[in-house]
Design a binder for this molecule. Structure first.
Ligand SMILES: Nc1ncnc2c1ncn2[C@@H]1O[C@H](COP(=O)(O)OP(=O)(O)OP(=O)(O)O)[C@@H](O)[C@H]1O
Ligand SMILES: [Mg+2]
Length: 512
């Protein structure tokens, strides 16, 4: 997209939004967080518990994070701003994960990973928010785990599983609203001085598994939730289910659906990569191993008139994430899923897992074979689909750049599977690629190795007009198989190259 076009679209977007309609209210929402500490990285309740409405044993209280508590969460403008420095667009990249939610707030030049210090349940990596919504007896909802409260988790799995009922709508809206409150208050507290006297125009970009990006009803559901969540987040009073209800009915001012972008998570994952010299054009394969799902996407990377274009050539999301691997390990060992004697623990070796389950390591590995086949089949299906949609890519011969990412990719099972696929060139020739940590991202307490935990949220923190154009699989041009004739290019079979000029025939389809 040309910069003139982009400016025009940006100003149009701003006009459509009419700035923020939420204004600046002045009373403080109930903070009253009971703060505790349970580890959020492997083995924590946030990581293990995908059941719904399950009370959680709280951890001992610690001091709340004053940095966020000092600024009311419902404000969408800095309390001391006089607005004289003009408007600036701020984008919230929201990676709503099964186990962990990650958030990045960005303006054009800088992006800030939001830490969740002070929320009970946040552990070693402060940028990972465990997916718990606490509803204490007084009804004032909070993030994390709270003594005596009722807790809800596994919201994303419920939604992706097809639950679109009022109950899940309310819970997800409340959770996202509290995330917005925390993120804005943290931003004002930590970076308010940098942007003093600006007026913020907020946008929110949310990620979806690639498969679900093709589901219009689900996209509309996500948009409704985010819009209602914003409305709920700017109410100056404590958040209870009644308030959330009113916001879901559209009875409260909000951001407006035009300010909410939905993108496939793979595009967000690679948005850092496509802006570096490491970028390669043509076909790529990405496998994101999460707590619940394995999301596999085959896509093309190319530019048209200066705009990134991502045709999705193959896709699949399946419940093959680390929690389902654990369930498989339990059932193959004759242990009931959820047996408290064998809880899920991330970050432990397979030998330790085998010991916990009372198995020999060889037996565990033998049992894993069947699950590995399912994951391999999933990748093979995506590769087959991509071959059908883009048979002429030279990457089929040269090797398809392959990203393995997501928290679960650290588990030995998945990395071994990926290594095997690369070594055996099955289901196709793959070349391991990596997601570089971008300089634009500020996250003091994040190591280079843990960047992929936040990469989706980071990629979502770009201006929606800059993220690129996504071509869904159902929007791809149909390819009819062509039998080459004498004198025709055997690579493009006479089509002249479909997604790029053929490098044998230069795009004519004829060998000179
Ligand atoms: N070193 C590790 N070994 C094994 N598992 C790990 C490790 N580190 C993190 N995990 C697991 O990765 C999962 C979280 O990964 P991630 O944050 O990518 O998932 P998510 O985005 O919440 O899930 P989804 O993408 O399915 O919605 C958790 O289940 C966690 O236990
Ligand atoms: Mg994820």
């Amino acid at each position: 997209m040309t910069s003139a076009m982009k400016n025009f679209l940006q100003s149009l977007l701003r006009k459509l939004l009419g700035g923020n309609r939420d204004g600046v209210a002045n009373s403080m929402p109930a903070s009253g967080r009971e703060v505790g500490s349970i580890k959020n990285e492997p083995g924590s309740p946030g990581a293990t518990d995908m059941s719904l409405s399950k009370p959680v044993e709280p951890a001992p209280p610690v001091e709340p994070a004053r940095s966020v508590e000092s600024i009311p969460g419902h404000l969408s403008q800095h309390p001391q701003s006089n607005g004289r420095s003009g408007r600036i667009q701020l984008i919230i990249g929201l990676d709503f994960g099964t186990s962990f939610t990650k958030v990045v707030i960005a303006e054009q030049r800088r992006a800030y990973a939001v830490p969740f210090d002070g929320i009970p349940g946040v552990g070693g990596n402060p940028y990972l928010l465990p997916g718990f919504l606490a509803i204490p007896a007084d009804g004032r909802m909070q993030l994390g785990t709270v003594a005596g409260a009722h807790h809800h988790s596994g919201m994303k799995m419920r939604i992706l599983g097809g639950d679109r009922g009022r109950d899940i709508r309310k819970l997800a809206t409340a959770f996202v609203a509290l995330v917005f409150q925390h993120a804005r208050a943290w931003f004002f507290q930590a970076h308010g001085r940098t942007y003093v006297n600006h007026t913020f125009d907020w946008c929110v970009n949310v990620g979806l598994p690639t498969e679900h990006y093709h589901d219009d009803a689900l996209m509309a559901f996500y948009r409704d939730i985010v819009d209602a969540a914003w409305a709920a987040s700017i109410r100056p009073t404590a958040l209870d289910l009644e308030a959330v209800d009113a916001c879901l009915d559209g009875r409260q001012p909000s951001l407006g659906r035009e300010a909410i972008g939905l993108f496939p998570e793979f595009v967000a994952q690679v948005s850092g990569y496509v802006r570096t010299p490491l970028r390669r054009s043509d076909l790529h394969l990405l496998m994101d191993v999460g707590a619940g799902t394995v999301d596999v996407a085959a896509f093309n990377v190319h530019k048209e008139d200066g705009e990134d274009v991502f045709p999705i050539l193959g896709k699949s999301v399946e419940n093959h994430g680390v929690h389902f691997l654990h369930q498989h390990r339990l059932t193959s060992a004759g242990i009931a899923p959820g047996d408290p004697r064998a809880p899920f623990k991330g970050g432990i070796t397979d030998a330790e897992v085998a010991r916990t389950l009372g198995l020999k390591l060889e037996t565990l590995k033998h049992n894993d074979i069947a699950f590995g086949e399912h994951v391999r089949d999933q990748v093979s299906r995506v590769v087959r689909q991509a071959r059908g949609n883009y048979p002429l890519s030279r990457r089929w011969d040269e090797g398809v750049p392959f990203f393995l990412c997501g928290g679960g990719s650290r588990a030995a099972f998945y990395s071994a599977l990926a290594e095997q696929m690369i070594a055996l060139r099955n289901p196709c020739r793959l070349v391991q690629a990596r997601l570089p940590r971008p300089d634009r991202l500020q996250a003091d307490r994040m190591t280079e190795e843990s960047y992929d935990r936040i990469s989706v949220a980071y990629g979502l923190s770009f201006d929606p007009l800059d993220i690129g154009r996504i071509i869904r699989t159902d929007e791809l041009p149909r390819i009819d198989p062509v039998v080459p004739e004498r004198g025709q290019c055997p690579r493009c079979n006479g089509t002249g190259g479909l997604h790029r000029p053929c490098d044998r025939c230069g795009g004519t389809g004829l060998l000179g």
